[in-house]
Design a protein around this ligand. Structure first.
Ligand code: SF4
Length: 289
């Protein structure tokens, strides 16, 4: 009976999912999005590769409707490019911007002139989405993960890691610790792709595979949010370089998992990535100034 129901469902695709959620007002972030005429921000990138999941869109993403295109997003894309990571998919815990009106030291709202319209506008400060908001958005994210079918997922920052691991975490302690997460197939029977079946055979025991009906296990690597690293680079401090190196090491770990998959399944020999961390650190610091 259930099989009949499932087999009669129309084929699900990322564009269908995108369209279905683009007018969503399941939480108050959607109501705000409509009020300010902002964009719903869906994920983008290469499927069946490395999926990076952040908190949510910021001011630039809300304006243009694309993930990770603001300052910290550009920084992340730069780091990925320098690491030789060309196959990746970017998405967020929530698809609408989460923010609060910014106020000055006296508690008065901050107003500035919009550089485009030249009109005064209130400044909003990004804030992490709360559990009610990301809970409302989780069916979209789960189905997006299922349709993207990533080989490895990287959680960027505390909120995405807590939401996906379903427990509270301290990101500084947890980062870099490769684990697995269980994600529902959003009501669709979890099936392995042919390629992933080969992957399972090749590396039994440490692989992505369905654990039970409607649930899929994914490799997961937690790390810092790029906004945290860009702030650290801007403000400096004793640990600045160490935190940057940890962030890069976590991304390298994800790349290694993906390259292992490509080698085992497609026989693709990993490229030699001769990137000097010190040089990358200096270059990115320079980019930031
Ligand atoms: S954040 Fe997600 S659940 Fe909330 S309104 Fe936007 S799309 Fe809907």
């Amino acid at each position: 009976m259930l099989d009949d129901v499932l087999s009669s469902r129309p084929t699900r695709t990322l564009p269908i999912l995108h369209k279905e959620w683009s007018t969503c007002t399941k939480c108050n972030l959607g109501e705000r999005r409509i009020t300010v005429d902002g964009h719903f921000v869906f994920g983008e990138g290469v499927t069946r590769s490395i999926m990076l999941i952040g908190e949510g869109p910021g001011v630039d993403e809300e304006k243009l409707g694309r993930p990770f295109i603001g300052k910290s997003g550009t920084f992340l894309r730069n780091v990925l490019q320098r690491l030789g990571m060309n196959d990746y998919y970017l998405s967020n815990l929530v698809s609408c911007r989460s923010c609060q009106p910014a106020s000055d030291a006296e508690g008065k709202p901050i107003i500035r002139t919009n550089w485009e319209t030249k009109l005064p506008e209130q400044v909003f400060k990004d804030e992490p989405p709360n559990p009610v908001q990301y809970g409302a958005c989780s069916p979209r994210l789960y189905e997006e993960i299922y349709l993207v079918d990533p080989i490895v997922i990287v959680g960027l920052g505390q909120r995405p890691c807590e939401a996906l691991l379903k427990r509270s975490v301290t990101i500084k302690a947890l980062r870099g610790e490769a684990t697995q997460i269980e994600v529902p197939g959003r009501g669709y029977q979890a099936v392995l792709t042919e390629k992933r079946r080969e992957w399972r055979r090749a590396v039994k025991g440490i692989t992505v595979q369905p654990v039970e009906r409607f649930q899929v296990l994914y490799h997961f690597i937690p790390t810092f949010h790029p906004a945290f690293i860009t702030r650290i680079l801007r403000d400096g401090g004793d640990n600045e370089k160490k935190l940057f190196q940890q962030f890069v090491a976590d991304l390298r770990k994800a790349l290694k998992t993906y390259e292992t998959y490509l080698e085992m399944v497609f026989g693709k020999v990993p490229m030699q990535h001769e990137i000097d961390d010190d040089r990358m650190f200096n270059d990115l610091q320079r980019d930031d100034t």
